[in-house]
Design a protein around this ligand. Sequence first.
Ligand code: HPA
Length: 277
Amino acid sequence: MINEHSNPLDDPAANPFDVARQAAEQIAERTGVEQHDIALTLGSGWAKAADLIGETTVTFPATDIAGFSKPALEGHVGSLRSLLLPGGKRALIIGARTHYYEGHGVRRVAHSARTAAATGAKVMILTNGAGGIRESWKPGQPVLISDHINLTADSPLEGATFVDLTDLYSSRLRALAKSVDPGLDEGVYVQFRGPHYETPAEVQMAKAIGGHIVGMSTALEAIAAREAGMEVLGMSLITNLAAGIQTTPLSHAEVIEAGRTAEPVISALLAKIVAEL
Ligand code: HPA
C-alpha cells in the first residue's frame, strides 16, 4: 500500500540500493551538487561541527528524500545539509539518524550510508554520543572508534554478502585525526540494541569481550558504509561513564547536557580533521 507517509524501504520487494540511488538523485536535484565527496552523520553533541566545516549551501528536511524517516528523538536534527568546503570539496551532513532501537528495521538504519555512497561520497564520518568503559575517560571527551563489536544480532547486509570488516575504521583516517589532536584516545565500540541503557553486568561483559565504548548506533551503519565502498572514520563523544562504571544512575538529560557542553570543542576538532581529508 502506498501513501504519502509510507517509506519505500518498508516494501520487502524494494531494492534498498535502488531507493538509495533515488534518494541521491533527489539530493543532487535539491542541492544542485552532482557529487558529494564526504558524508558526515552527526550524533549527540556533534551537530555544531557542520557550521565550522564549510559554508552551508542548502538545508532541507531529510523526510523530503526517499527512504528517510522522521527522527524519533528530541535533540536529534532531522535535516540534510550540503556544505561547500574551503578547498572546494562538497560534504553532505546527515542530521537524521534512524536508530536500530526504533524498530523500523535495519534497512532504514543503513539507508543514510547507502545514500551517502550513492551521492558519490568516498569517506563517511560517523559520530555519536556514547558511554565510556575506561575509567580514565571523562564525560565530554571525544575518542576515536578503532573497531566494533556488534551485539544487535543483526546485519544490514542481505543474502550471501561476505564483506571484509578488517580495518573497518580506517587506520589511515585515525592516524590523520591523531595528527590533528595527538591526545585523541581510541577504543572498541560495542553496539547494543537499546533503547534502554546497559545494565552494569552488560557493561562488564562488554569490557570482558574487549569493548571500551557502549552505544546504540554506528556499528550497523559502518558495516553498510563498508559494503558501499566508503572509508569510515568513527568518533564517539563520551557523554557519561557506562552503567556501573559511574556510580550515579544514567539519564538521557545527562547525555544531552554533556553533548551541549562539549559541542564547541569537539565540533572544532572535527572541522579541523575534515579540513585535512
Ligand atoms: N550506553 C549506551 N548508549 C549511550 C550511552 C550509554 O552509556 N551514553 C550515551 N549513549
